[in-house]
Design a protein around this ligand. Structure first.
Ligand SMILES: [Zn+2]
Length: 354
């Protein structure tokens, strides 16, 4: 074992915990790398992150045991800053402007404009594929491989797909193409036939749930089921959905008033109750902590609202409210009527201010 292996700074932690078997299976391709690999599998399981790790490890100067990139050589340094001279990423412009990670599909309706004021494209355009020609004509750093990662491959339009096909038909030496897609059925059959297919497995439910729990997703089981067992899809759905619900809920906590309680409870009745209870607990904890130490832990962006509420409550009262909230948490899973439960919880909170 080299000294390198003893230093635990390699990239083995950079793939998702459910990907280790796939990673081991992928290592068999290393001996004789194909010209093109198509990574495919369900949406939201981390295919792009997986492919990027492979790209980094292929370019790494000193890969460690297990085939992981070392994380510390010059090549790895360039790679993590997207500055590696032998690496190109090709993806729709909207992914650059929206900062969407992983393999989520570009959504309908672009939300931001690009620098030239145009709506960023949701497709991989032919100019992007053509611009690879220059990249593939210059010699590589330390005469190694060059890698092109292209995703989501189903966003190639017919012009760019045909341009890519020409390149794949006459592969430039020393170049590895990696395509990522959750809809390989939408790719040109002629492109498919030129790629080695590598399927990424859906995680075991247990692994996915553990990861979601580690990432503090409440009601992970429900979100996972709604998203077909794909943990990253479940995570972002939970984040999106809960952001607007949480704003509504915290809005009431910030302005305690019995009048809107019934309508708020009605609007939130589909939100998982344990999630609501957790939000309230965090809110109360922040009030308490603000009062005692001036610090806010969970909702720093709500500092001003918390301050105005904390001024209206005594520390004793807050402590009692926290105890009550813990008790609510214990029964939250067994509530028969979510709406009544939420009404009771909010009315008890409003009652603190009598
Ligand atoms: Zn390295």
């Amino acid at each position: 074992m080299s000294l390198h292996c003893l230093v635990a700074n390699d990239m083995s932690g950079a793939i998702y915990p459910w990907q280790h078997q796939d990673w081991d299976r992928l290592q068999r391709l290393r001996e004789r790398l194909p010209h093109a690999i198509l990574f495919h599998g369900a949406q939201g399981i981390g295919k792009v992150a997986f492919a990027e790790q492979f790209a980094q490890s292929v370019l790494c100067d000193m890969p460690v045991n297990g085939g992981f990139a070392c994380g510390s050589c010059a090549s790895c340094g360039w790679f993590v800053q997207y500055g590696h001279p032998d690496y190109r990423r090709v993806r729709p412009e909207i992914l650059d402007t929206d900062n969407i990670e992983d393999d989520s599909e570009p959504e309908e309706g672009a939300r931001k404009k690009n620098a030239s004021g145009k709506t960023p494209s949701k497709e991989i355009r032919i100019e992007q594929v053509r611009s690879l020609a220059g990249f593939m004509n210059v010699s590589t750093h330390r005469s190694g491989l060059r890698v092109v990662l292209l995703y989501p491959a189903e966003t190639l339009n017919s012009a760019s797909a045909n341009a890519l096909l020409k390149t794949l038909e006459e592969p430039p030496p020393g170049t590895l193409f990696m395509l990522v897609s959750h809809r390989p059925d939408r790719l040109l059959p002629t492109i498919l036939s030129r790629c080695r297919k590598f399927s990424l497995s859906l995680p075991l439910a247990e692994d996915a749930l553990n990861w979601l729990n580690d990432n503090e997703v409440s009601d992970a089981r429900q979100w996972l089921a709604l998203n077909g067992g794909a943990p990253l899809a479940a995570y972002s759905a939970a984040q999106d959905e809960s952001a607007s619900d949480r704003e509504l809920f915290l809005g009431l906590l910030a302005k305690p008033d019995a009048v809107p309680v019934l309508s708020v409870a009605e609007r939130l009745q589909k939100t998982p109750i344990p999630l609501l209870v957790a939000w309230q607990q965090r809110w109360l904890y922040d009030l308490f902590s603000l009062k005692l130490s001036g610090r806010v832990r969970y909702y720093p962006q709500q500092h001003a609202r918390l301050k105005s509420v904390a001024d209206r409550l005594s520390a004793d009262r807050l402590q009692q409210a926290l105890r009550d909230a813990n008790n609510q948490r214990a029964i939250a899973d067994h509530s028969l009527s979510p709406r009544l439960f939420i009404e009771d919880m909010l009315l008890a909170y409003v009652g603190l201010f009598d």
